[in-house]
Ligand binder design. Structure first.
Ligand code: ADP
Ligand code: ZN
Length: 514
């Protein structure tokens, strides 16, 4: 640790894990992004005789990882589909001669008989399975190639295995143990808390402008990542930021691979670059001084959100995780789930991932307590998240919910035409828009019964009803419809506590000045 890597001390459970694996034991390691997983297999690979074989899905990063190790004097190589025959031969020869300490392999290599035979002929000190959650169908990042990894234990039963992941929900964790045949492995769980990251989730009004305000006021000149759901919004957001004088670059799977590689390299090597990306970007990126991670669209799961935000502040300095979230996000994600391929069980799984994410967004409690509880860890209010810094009011939204749901009922009776949230809110507010007049909606008994709340507040009510499944959307135009539980609200059997959204202009102060 000191001589090769130059660190003063182990972090968290690193030492225990390393001792266990050096001694030949199997391990399942759960550690948050930035926690220091790599050392847990790199040191045992150096200490034990033979070559440590690292399975990693991060083909684009293998060259960088190997270069970084070589710079420390560690002999390392990789085998993946980006190499030509000759490059592979050089690596294979050094593996067979035991002239490297670490060999990085893409998982699909293990599907080829020639790779398996190659591994048979060398001496293997351990198998490290990085990003092990990729084997779990329950998880959020399943990769079929990972299923082949169960063969490792069958073919090389005496070689110790260490599986590592930053995804720690009970369900994913159990699935990893079963699929990788690691039931007898020792489990090591590090604290998932990242105290230097300030978590903030804001109502989405004008997301690009909100983002720009955040960058200008709190992160001028800082490196950061901005996540968007689609390639189109990545392009638009990057353009917008560049026009606003921010050093921003786009990254998504639709870009030419050379452009992608060049943008990634600039982000890693230069200071203060803002990467605007889809979630295709970031796994395995080890840049210590990412000062903020912003989400302009709702992530599909808490696991994904936590992994993405975890890319901020690996150096331990104050960093921001900021998410803008609104009504349209819920509509869009529910639509994507309904239209997704796969069976009913798969859709249910996606649905419960989304529900957990929505619960995090709508909580009036400490975000960190909520997040850590999701990963099975108890904690106390952190003082460094938006709800701790400016506690949101909760209010009894039962009457408001009844007004909104009654309007949905009235419109549903018309049947002829379906209406989305915009029309519902206009009716509640008593606005005589062209569309209201055209459909005689100003004659409805509910017309104008919601004048006590502002438009943004009504949208907040609709969003929260949707998040709580007291309201649902249907069809292409996002028509609002009742759910089984909406009736309990209408009949007064069920109370509806709601979160009061902060005023758009207000911003949570930082816990520590930079
Ligand atoms: P993970 O794979 O868990 O996301 P890494 O293994 O990439 O994390 O480590 C994250 C960062 O922490 C890296 O920059 C690494 O060099 C650093 N690091 C790891 N272990 C230690 C340690 N014991 N002391 C200091 N820095 C460490
Ligand atoms: Zn908190």
């Amino acid at each position: 640790m000191r001589r090769v890597f130059g660190y003063d001390a182990f972090r968290g459970p690193q030492e225990e894990i390393i001792e266990h694996v050096v001694g030949g034991g199997d391990a399942l390691v759960l550690m948050p992004t930035g926690g220091g997983k790599s050392l847990c297999y790199q040191i045992p690979a150096l200490v034990r005789g033979g070559v440590g074989v690292v399975i990693s899905p991060l083909i684009a990063l293998m060259q960088d990882q190997v270069d970084a190790l070589r710079a420390l004097g560690v002999r390392a190589g990789f085998l993946n589909s980006t190499q030509d025959f000759e490059e592979r031969q050089v690596v294979e020869a050094s593996f067979l001669a035991g002239e490297i300490d670490l060999l990085y392999l893409a998982p699909e290599r293990l599907r080829t008989e020639s790779t398996l035979r190659l591994l048979d002929r060398g001496q293997i000190s351990l198998f490290a399975i990085d990003e092990a959650h990729c084997v779990a169908q329950w998880g959020h990042d399943f990769r079929p190639d990972y299923l082949a990894l169960s063969a490792l234990h069958e073919r090389w039963p005496t070689v110790p295995r260490i599986a590592l992941t930053a995804t720690a929900t009970e369900a994913t964790h159990e699935e990893i143990a079963v699929r990788l045949n690691l039931k007898d492995a020792r489990h090591f769980v590090a604290s998932f808390d990242r105290p230097n990251i300030q978590y903030r989730i804001a109502p989405k009004n004008e997301p690009k402008k909100q983002l720009l305000a955040l960058l200008r006021s709190e992160h001028p000149g800082d490196a950061g990542i901005v996540y968007c759901l689609s390639r189109g919004s990545v392009e638009k957001t990057a353009d917008f930021l560049v026009r606003s004088g921010i050093d921003a670059l786009p990254y998504h799977a639709g870009l030419d691979s050379r452009v992608r590689a060049a943008n990634q390299a600039r982000f890693l090597r230069e200071d203060g670059v803002v990467m605007v990306a889809t979630i295709a970007f970031g796994m395995g990126i080890d840049k210590p001084d990412v000062r903020f991670v912003a989400h302009l669209d709702l992530p599909k799961s808490v696991e994904g959100y936590y992994q993405e935000t975890g890319r901020a502040g690996r150096d331990g300095l104050p960093s921001t995780a900021w998410l803008a979230y609104g009504y349209q996000d819920v509509v869009q994600q529910r639509k994507m789930i309904d239209g997704s391929e796969g069976d009913a069980a798969h859709r249910r799984r996606l649905g419960s991932h989304l529900d957990a994410m929505l619960a995090l967004c709508e909580t009036v409690e400490c975000r960190r307590v909520h997040l850590l509880a999701y990963f099975g860890q108890k904690s106390t209010p952190c003082g460094n998240c938006d709800t701790c810094l400016t506690p949101p009011d909760s209010w009894d939204g039962t009457v408001a919910a009844q007004k909104l749901l009654s309007t949905v009922v009235r419109l549903d009776r018309e049947r002829r035409q379906k209406f989305g949230v915009g029309q519902i809110v206009d009716i509640l507010l008593g606005k005589k828009t062209a569309k209201v007049i055209q459909h005689d909606h100003d004659a409805l008994s509910v017309f104008g019964i919601g004048a006590d709340l502002r438009e943004s507040e009504w949208r907040g009510v609709a969003r929260q009803l949707l998040a709580q499944r007291l309201l649902a959307v249907e069809g292409e135009y996002g028509t609002l419809v009742l759910t089984d539980t909406s009736r309990e609200v209408l009949s007064g059997q069920r109370k509806v506590p709601l979160r009061r959204d902060p005023e758009p202009a207000k911003r949570a102060p930082r816990a520590e000045a930079k």
